[in-house]
Write a protein that binds this ligand. Structure first.
Ligand code: FES
Length: 275
């Protein structure tokens, strides 16, 4: 265990705990837009900046990407200098995505009263974003969840500088997408949208359409077909039968009730013995 102080409060922690996570676990709020504890830190938004003092030296670091390793460091999370930095960042984000509710709320919370800077759409050099997504803040959560959690690379960063954006290869339907919609789930600004379409879903701005698979017994939609294919290989590790994903929850229960032999690994209705 390591002992540090945050805002003058002594805190014990395990070595390598990310500072942001530690502060939040102790009820100390630090704003952030690109951190998710299921993902590796990326340091894109810079809202989580804190002051870390080691001996006589104070530095400003991204708390999400700062693992606590040294005994006795002292951390400040809300000094006038940090508030000023966060305010400038929020002004830039507000200029980029003025219509996004969470940006508006966070900006107001950090004292940004009005939009002062011109946005991308206001400048003469605007060439537009190829994927048409004006609400993306490039936090990279969607790209990272796809790669780190799902193990796919359906989307990635494209282009450079002011034109940087997240897109599928060639801005077309991504064959790597399994339709899990984790990208939409983690997106803080609502830039990724999932639309229900007859027989499937459409994920924008990825231009990706995924069809649903129908229950082989009753025909109701069970889930994205591509996700079923992707998960099929993993079923054996969970000791589940190969047709498990082709049945809707209702028919699974019926099958379990009627075929104790086939599904004998299930002890009671809906209870799976993973052992
Ligand atoms: S949360 Fe640390 S940089 Fe975004």
């Amino acid at each position: 265990m390591i002992s540090i102080t945050i805002n003058g409060r002594e805190i014990q922690t395990e070595k390598d705990t990310p500072l942001l996570q530690l502060a939040r676990s102790k009820g100390i709020g630090i704003p952030s837009l690109c951190f998710h504890q299921a993902l590796l830190p990326y340091g894109a938004c810079r809202l989580c900046v804190v002051e870390v003092t080691r001996g006589a030296r104070t530095t400003i670091v991204n708390s999400c990407a700062y693992p606590v390793r040294e005994e006795g460091i002292s951390v400040e999370t809300n000094t006038p200098q940090l508030r000023k930095i966060r305010k400038i960042i929020m002004e830039l984000l507000l200029a980029r995505c003025p219509e996004v509710e969470i940006i508006q709320k966070m900006a107001a919370g950090l004292g940004v009263k009005e939009r002062r800077l011109p946005g991308k759409t206001d400048t003469a050099s605007n060439t537009g974003r190829n994927n048409g997504n004006e609400n993306c803040i490039l936090c990279g959560l969607c790209v990272r969840v796809c790669r780190e959690v799902i193990g796919k690379e359906a989307i990635s960063f494209a282009r450079r500088g002011a034109e940087r954006e997240v897109a599928t290869p060639f801005y077309a339907h991504s064959g790597d997408c399994v339709g899990c919609t984790a990208c939409a789930f983690v997106c803080p600004t609502g830039a990724v949208k999932v639309e229900d379409r007859r027989g499937g879903i459409f994920i924008s701005p990825w231009n990706t359409e995924i069809s649903y698979t129908a229950c082989v017994m009753c025909g109701v939609p069970v889930g994205p077909e591509a996700a079923g294919r992707y998960l099929k290989d993993k079923l054996s590790t969970l000791n589940l039968p190969a047709d498990w994903l082709q049945l809707c929850p209702g028919c699974r229960r019926k099958e379990i009730a009627g075929k104790e032999g086939k599904y004998s690994f299930i002890k009671h209705k809906g209870e799976v013995d993973y052992g």
